[in-house]
Design a protein around this ligand. Sequence first.
Ligand code: NDP
Length: 244
Amino acid sequence: MGTEENSGKAAVITGASSGIGAATARTLHAAGFSVALLARRKDRLDALAAELGPGTLALEADVTRRDDLLLAAQRVETELGGADVLVNNAGVMLLGPFGPELDSDYQRMVNVNLLGAITATEVFLDQLRERSGDLVNISSVAGRTSRPGDAVYAATKWGLIGFSDCLRKELLPDVRVTVIEPGAVATELPGHITDPETRAQTEASYAEVSITAEDVAAVVAFAVAQPPGVGLNEVTVRPRKQLH
Ligand code: NDP
């Protein structure tokens, strides 16, 4: 992707304070985009913005709070000229045996992974439409196949695929929609699992087989670099040794 063709374009990335979101910000910035970094941990966003230099905007925003997103959209419009790309990446993966003990984890996953992406999309929709922009949703292989312990996480990621499939049709030709379904990616994601046994098992399996956040960022960059008439609608990207 040539940096010149992206100069003047802005990418908004939710969950940019770590993992896939931070890697995507680095990759898109290197490709010439201005990047708006959204997450709750502002110290991390500030550090990433300082690392990347000009053409970055660090915006503290919780995707479960519509007001945060509205404020972020205003600043992206005034300071970066509006969003050409929105990457709905913010997410939590709070796996564990299904039951009442994890009720608050279920609320959180639905609120962040699914409603957060829906809200960010409707808030940035006008900006994307005006620029024939790209909407990139980070789902998961857990949105295509499931295993015990995944139920609510899988529900959010299957939901994101359905949301993406419908919007691809509803928003064409104005907004190009891509959904990406990564397998195991080495990030801090499993470290936030609250069920201790599931956390230990998941961290062990990630340590054995995973790809990098940069591998997924490269897929995001590839999708948004397609010629305007081409839509890369759905991509599954796994470690080649990962079975499911
Ligand atoms: P990380 O834990 O490194 O990143 C998650 C990001 O989401 C952080 O930047 C975090 O920032 C942000 N986030 C969490 N809650 C909120 C919130 N309420 N508002 C705004 N931002 C929030 O994990 P990954 O990079 O791995 O995960 C990124 C996405 O990729 C997720 O959607 C995940 O489900 C998906 N994915 C990851 C896979 C993996 O194996 N790692 C596989 C398949 C999909 P902060 O805490 O600062 O708000």
